[in-house]
Structures are given as C-alpha cells and as structure tokens.
Design a protein around this ligand. Structure first.
Ligand code: PMP
Length: 459
C-alpha cells in the first residue's frame, strides 16, 4: 500500500483527492464532480482545502515523522487530573453539563479566564468575555461582523493558515505586513496603511499574533507593542490580537498583551487548546463592550451556545488542579523539543537559516534561493518526513522559499530522525540543481559558499 502511494506521489504529486474535488480526464480536461457546483454562494469560492489539511491525511501515517501540524503533546497531561475533573462534573453537575447553556459562556469559567489574562497584564470585566468553540470560532465571528467583500485585513507576512482561510471565506483582501525577528515592523505597517489608502481600500482590522508566532516563531518586542497600537489608533484600525501560545514561554515571560494597553481598540483572542487540550474546543474573545454584544448574537446564531460540558470540565480542572504547574511542565517538554530541533538543524542543515522561538510550537526555515518548499514536499513525504510549505501562510503566493517546522508533537528522537530525513531531501535537491547548473556536487557543510543560485530558467 505504502509502495503504491509512494509511486503515485512521485509520479504526479499528491493525488487529487488531497487537493480538491476536480478530476482530470485522460485527454487532460478538468471535470467537476459536484453536481451543485453552479449553486454555491460567491463566498464559498473562498473556501479551499489548506495545505495543512491535506498534509494531515498523509502525515498521520505512522512511518512519517510529521513536523507539519501544530498539535500539542496532550499525552503530557496527567490523565488523573483530567479524569478527576470529568468525573466530578458528571457526578455533581451532570444535568447542567449535558444541557444547553448561556450563549456567552459559563460565568464561573469567564471569571477564571480573567485570572489567566491577568498574567499578561490584562484587566477586564467578565461581562466582556465571550466563550467560543476554540479561538478559531472567535476569528470567524469577528470576521463575519466586520468584513464586507473586498475589505482589507492587514496580517503579518506570513500569517496563521486558519485565519487566512477565514478571511478568504468572507472575501476579505488580505494585505501582508513584513516582520523581522522582533515581530511586525512598524514602518511596514505604516506603509501598508498608506498603500491601501492610495488604492481607496477600507482597512477593517490588523490581525496579529504577537507571541511565538504561528508560523514564524518570533515574538513582538515590548518596545514595538505601543507603537503598533498607536499606528492603528491613529488610523482608526481595530487590532485583533490572537494569543493562543503566550503562556508557553521557554525563558522569560512575554511582554504585556497589546490589549493591556487599550481596552477600546483591541479584540483579544485566547484559547485552552495549547495550554490544556484542543479536544475541548474552548477559546474566548475579550472585546470592547459594544462589539461583545454583537459577538454574542453572532455566536448564538452560529452555535446557540458553546459546549456546557467542555466549559464545566475546564472550569473544574482550573479550580482543582495545579494548572500553572501543568503549564510549566508543558514548557519543559516543548523547550527540550525546541532545543532538539535547533541543534539538529545546525548539525544537518547548516546552510539554511531559521528563527529561534522563545516559546510556542514553530520554527520558520528559509531555504536556499533555488529551492521551492511546495514542490519539494512530495519528495519529503517519500523520505517519510512532512513539513508545512511556506505558501500555506501567505494569501499572495509568497513563502515558496520557506517552510514551517513544528516541534510540539514528535518526540526528541523523532525530531532528530525527521531533520536527518529532511537534510537528505534538501541536499538531494541541491545536488540535483548543481548537476543541472554544472557546478558539481554540493556537500552539506556550513558556509554561504554552499548556497547556490538558481539557474536563470528556474528562478
Ligand atoms: N490562532 C492561532 C495562531 C493558532 O495557531 C490556532 C490553532 N492552531 C488557532 C488560532 C485556533 O485554535 P483553537 O481554535 O484550537 O483555539
């Protein structure tokens, strides 16, 4: 079975069912398999399978070391802590847990969320929190409330693939803003705002992931936070601050949240997916009061209410377990994996460059000029290693020279194996290119000299 799959991948890339719904006839004509094709609303054209989604299907094979999906290592959660909370909820509040609840979320959990956000300098009222089905749903609701087709969302370059998918599904124009190792670049933000004004476009919000960015791994510096906020305030642009990784720092705590500097111009999104477990599907939005009222209405129309069961179990867990101690042990697990991936990259792929995350799940890698991360992926999968190509994180076709490696899920041993396999693929591609360019064989030793330029017809 695997041999057949491998042959298929090498012959024609990933099979069609991983990438879309159309099939190709023998004469090469594309036919659509969906009889309702002509009936969809225009906005449905913004829905497409992300590269990450396609990868989950392939990379979940046990032979493949997946550095692709950003999954938390939930096995590190002591089973008895979660089971205990679960059992107590069912024995003490069973009927409530199994019933519909408030559209805004369980009040006691919202109170606990306030305490969590206080760790990043946020003070707020329980009334301004809306519990959602993961922060993904909060992203969807905010976008639904603010975006008309063609409105602009400013987003970092690169940005979270799931957010790009939501913005596209509401037909937003996504304008990327450059980052460096200190996060979003204020001058690039100013330039993007001017550019959009010159084009007569309406910017609705800036979407930013300030801490341990997905996929870039970088953190917005403390100095830049007020500056970014001021630029947005002056231009009348709302800030959508997405912070699922903030508590997963390896060294020092993150700087105060942007929301801690302004409670009128920022919507803050949080989640229990990375600090506890994504299976509960519980996240939240903290919004200025008027927006919060609309968010609750939008949430009710989408799902009536978030899961009472999940909220009560999380609430019980927070009340009874040493949750901060558990987060500290997650940090230890991820720190070791971060160190392993960085040292493996340095050992096996010294000619590449990458970001050094101070927390979270991701390393963002830049390939030598000639390589294309998307084109290289089928080759990588045949070598039994998966990553996410950089193109998944751009709305404008950028990212071919980048890939995202996630170190949160595989064990250190598997990370080492995965990076060795990746090195085989990358060095093989470089060898191939140098053969075509007539520059002879390349070795993987360190130094700029080993980075070849693409031949003119392949750049
Ligand atoms: N934002 C970012 C930056 C993420 O990485 C993720 C999950 N990968 C989400 C939002 C959504 O997380 P959830 O819905 O599980 O809270």
């Amino acid at each position: 079975m695997w041999a057949l799959f491998r042959q298929q991948i090498l012959a024609r890339g990933f099979p069609n069912y991983y990438w879309g719904v159309s099939e190709t006839t023998e004469s090469g004509q594309a036919i659509n398999l969906d009889p309702w094709f002509g009936h969809y609303a225009e906005r449905a054209s913004g829905l497409s399978a992300s590269e990450v989604r396609a990868l989950f299907a392939v990379a979940s094979r046990p032979e493949v070391v997946s550095l692709a999906g950003g999954m938390p290592f939930v096995r590190a959660l002591p089973e008895d802590l979660v089971n205990g909370a679960l059992a107590r909820v069912m024995s003490e509040q069973g009927p409530t847990a199994l019933q519909y609840g408030s559209g805004q979320g369980v009040p006691v959990l919202r109170q606990q969320i306030l305490e969590i956000m206080a760790l990043e300098g946020i003070s707020a009222s329980v009334d301004d929190i809306v519990v959602t089905t993961g922060s993904q749903q909060a992203l969807d609701l905010v976008t639904k409330l603010f975006i008309n087709p063609g409105d602009v969302v400013l987003a970092e370059a690169p940005s979270y693939v799931g957010a790009i998918g939501v913005f596209r599904s509401y037909q937003a124009h996504i304008e990327h803003v450059a980052m460096d190792n200190d996060g979003l670049i204020p001058d690039a933000l100013r330039a993007a705002i001017l550019r959009m004004a010159a084009e007569g476009r309406t910017i609705k919000f800036l979407y930013t992931i300030p801490n341990f960015h997905n996929p870039a791994g970088v953190t917005l510096s403390a100095e830049r936070r007020p500056e970014i906020l001021k630029i947005c305030q002056d231009a009348g642009i709302l800030v959508l601050e997405d912070n699922p990784y903030g508590l997963l720092s390896f060294d020092e705590d993150v700087p105060p949240a942007i929301r801690s500097l302004d409670d009128e111009g920022v919507i803050y999104l949080g989640s229990f997916s990375k600090t506890l477990a994504p299976g509960f599907r519980v996240g939240w939005a903290l919004a200025p009061h008027a927006i919060r009222e609309k968010l609750v209405l939008a949430a009710e129309s989408a799902i009536l209410c978030p899961s009472s069961f999940s909220q009560l179990v999380i609430s019980e867990y927070l009340a009874s377990a040493d949750w901060m101690g558990q987060i500290r042990s997650f940090r230890d697990v991820y720190r070791e994996r971060r160190d392993t991936i960085l040292s493996s990259l340095a050992e096996h792929l010294p000619e590449l460059s990458w970001t050094v995350p101070a927390g979270g799940f991701y390393v963002w890698v830049t390939l030598p000029d000639a390589l294309d991360s998307k084109a290289m992926l089928p080759r990588a999968v045949t070598e039994l290693v998966a990553y996410t190509p950089g193109t998944a994180f751009y709305a404008d076709g950028g990212g071919r020279q980048n890939l995202r490696l996630s170190f949160s899920y595989p064990t250190p041993e598997n990370i080492r194996i995965g990076i060795r396999r990746l090195a085989t693929v990358i060095n093989g591609e470089l060898d191939l290119l140098s053969t075509f360019a007539g520059t002879g064989s390349l070795t993987a030793s360190a130094g700029e000299d080993n980075v070849i330029s693409p031949p003119p017809d392949m750049s």
